[in-house]
Every structure is written in C-alpha cells, then in structure tokens.
Design a protein around this ligand. Structure first.
Ligand code: ADP
Ligand code: MG
Length: 367
C-alpha cells in the first residue's frame, strides 16, 4: 500500500499556561512512501517522528495536510478503520494473557462482515506467530519471555489483521545491544516476507541505515533529506544530515575557500573548482583520509587504535571543531604511534563543504 503524506503539519498548543508559544511538531511534511517498502524515519529526540507516525495511524489529527493510503484519503478516518498495525517501544502486552490470547485480541473485536470464526482466528494467530517464530511459545505469559520475544509478540499482534501499513515507533529501544541487532534483522525479514509497507521510527542512525529501503531525516519537525541510506550518507544536503549519519561521525573543521582551493588552517587541502572565496565549514568522513607523508593536511597524532581490519587514528588540528579527529585507515598501513605528527591527503568525494551561516552544502566538481 502506497502511503502519501501531503503538507502534513501538526501544531500543539503551548503546554506552558504563561506563554502562548505553540510547538510545531511536524511542519509541511510531503512524501510518498512506495508500496511494500521499509522506510526509516530518523532524527534526534523531539524532532517529530512519533507525531508523524501517530498522524499516519490516526491516533493524532493533523492540524493541516492530508494522508492517503493508495488512493484513499484516510485523513479523517479513525485508527480502527485505517488498517494499521502499531508497535511501540514498550511492548504494551496484556500481562495476564498468554501469547496466544495477546495475538488473538485484535481479531476478537471485529464486527459485522469482518467477524471471524474461532478456527479462522486461531489460524491467523498461528500464522502471525510463525512469522515471528513464536508458535512454540503460545501458552506462555509475557513475563515468561525475554524482551526480544515480548517485542515479537507485539509485532505478531500488529500483523495478525494483515494491516495495510505497519508502524513501528522505536521498537528496539528497550532491548539490549545483541537482541537489538537480532530483532532488527527479524523485522527486515518479516517486512520482506509480508511485503507490508512499513514505517520504522528511530533516533539511531545505524539502525535506520541498516534495515531501511529509504530513510527520511528530520530536524525540528522539518524533513531535511530523503533517499536510499547510502545516497544520503554519500551526498548529504546540509551539515546536520552529514553529522547525523555515520559512525564514527564525520569530522568537522572551520575552513575557507580561496581561489578555488579549500583551506583548513594554513593547509590548502584540496581543489574546489567553482566555489567562491568565503569562510566555510568542512566535513570529512573518517574513511576520507589517506595516510600520506607528503599529504597537505597536517595534524598532531594523539593515538592509534587497532581495530583488526582497520586502524583508527586519533589526531588533533587547531581548525577542528571537535576536540579530536578520527580517521579510519586500512590496517595494512603501519602507523608509528610514537610519532608527533601525521599527514593526510583526502578523498575528494568524502569531503563536504558547507555554507558557514546556512550550513547548506556547497557543491563542487569532484575530479
Ligand atoms: P520524537 O518522536 O521525534 O522524539 P515527538 O513527535 O514526540 O518527537 O515530538 C515532537 C515535538 O512535539 C516535541 O517538541 C514535543 O515536545 C512536542 N509534543 C509532542 N506531543 C505533544 C503534545 N501532546 N502536546 C504538546 N507538545 C507535544
Ligand atoms: Mg518519539
């Protein structure tokens, strides 16, 4: 089911009685989610992810704008009539019910023509349980399950009616690191198997990048960029997006452009043809550094961390915005950790230049 968001906006009245300042939680969000895809809705806490999801689900009414499922305008439709499956961070299972009863629950409220026989309900519940690999545990209570299993019950419950759209709000946040990895692969598999259009909300960029067909990066209620995870990583539209994606994060420097050359401090590090003379902000991905005795960027060496396949070199430079610069170099390159300085040349497609005031990207031709 294709989902279309059209100028979707949500403004909350002020919570503070003294001030009248409204909160624009979501501003003019226009986007088409293609049928059968998994979309990662990504951004820091408070940027409007949950509010967007709640509007798609019908739990919250937009202040303005429209929502379509396929060609149906669902903006005014109640949650029950939208055909959405919802999964939240806290599994929200009924503690006194078994796994089976929890999964059956949404089917028992169906009325009229949708009403199912007991056998039909059980069949659907077992099919959903199989999908999340819980069919062996149907008689357990939630308290007898691990966090990951509880979340899978919640996913099965959301899937049992075969929703048109599956909405997941930070579903992995309560799981420990290992389960988080495992469950996110599980969600990807289930999404592929069912082909249900899925929106996955997270503040964790790695999580979103790893399982999404497309990501939407939000900041303060405003969509910054949408695209395939790799495309957004490789071609960020502004400094915020560049900083938000990537571990280790991008290295940020104060720089300047003079006569077609990019300077970091006094070092002319790269050609940036066609860019006007100005002060700029420079972002360099950790993998964008090449160890090079004769390289143009000179840094003070702090430490060398061996990671196996790669080495992580920690260095400093007066023009660096952050206390340290982290570069990731192939471990075949030997670095003497007792050295005082280290020099780099740069991979041009891993270097991004931003307008100092607007923080928008300044493009140049990469040779
Ligand atoms: P996220 O899920 O990205 O963390 P939310 O969508 O929950 O962000 O919130 C977006 C903004 O809207 C925040 O500033 C939040 O404080 C505000 N907000 C959310 N719900 C309400 C509400 N019911 N009343 C007032 N403000 C709200
Ligand atoms: Mg939220």
């Amino acid at each position: 089911m294709k989902v279309v968001l059209e100028n979707l906006t949500k403004i909350f009245p002020s919570r503070n009685k003294k001030s009248n300042e409204e909160v624009v939680a979501v501003s003019d969000f226009t986007f088409t989610i293609p049928d059968g895809k998994l979309i990662g809705l990504l951004g820091p806490s408070g940027c409007g992810k949950s509010t967007t999801l709640y509007m798609i689900s019908g739990l919250q009414k937009p202040t303005s704008g429209k929502i379509y499922f396929g060609d149906d305008d669902v903006t005014e439709l109640s949650t029950e009539n939208r055909g959405v499956g919802l999964v939240f961070q806290n599994y929200a299972l009924y503690p006194h019910m078994t796994v089976k009863q929890n999964i059956l629950f949404p089917l028992q409220n169906l009325k009229g023509a949708d009403k199912l026989s007991k056998e039909e309900m059980l069949e659907k519940a077992y099919n959903a349980a199989k999908l999340v690999q819980l069919d062996e545990l149907m008689d357990r209570k939630p308290s007898e399950l691990s966090g990951g299993q509880q979340q899978r019950v919640a996913i099965a419950r959301a899937l049992v009616k075969m929703p048109r759209v599956l909405l997941l709000d930070e579903p992995l946040s309560n799981l420990d690191a290992r389960l988080r990895l495992q469950t996110r692969e599980e969600i990807r598999r289930i999404q592929r198997e069912t082909g249900i259009t899925t929106i996955f909300v997270t503040h964790d960029q790695e999580e979103a990048m790893s399982i999404s067909d497309m990501i939407v990066v939000m900041k303060l209620g405003v969509v910054q960029q949408t695209g395939a995870p790799q495309d957004v990583y490789d071609d960020p539209t502004n400094l915020f997006v560049a900083k938000f994606l990537g571990t280790p994060p991008i290295n940020v420097f104060d720089g300047s452009v003079k006569d077609g050359k990019l300077y970091i401090g006094k070092d002319a590090v790269m050609d940036v043809p066609g860019v006007a003379n100005q002060d700029v902000t420079v972002g360099i991905r950790p993998e964008g550094f090449i160890l090079d005795e004769n390289g143009p960027l000179h840094c003070k060496l702090s430490s060398v961390e061996v990671l196996g396949r790669d080495v992580s070199i920690v260095s400093t430079n007066a023009a660096s915005v952050n206390p340290i610069i982290r570069s990731i170099i192939n471990a075949d390159n030997k670095v003497d950790p007792t050295r005082e300085t280290v020099s780099y040349s740069l991979k041009p497609h891993k270097v991004f230049v931003f307008n100092k005031e607007t923080e928008e990207r300044i493009h140049f031709e990469v040779k």
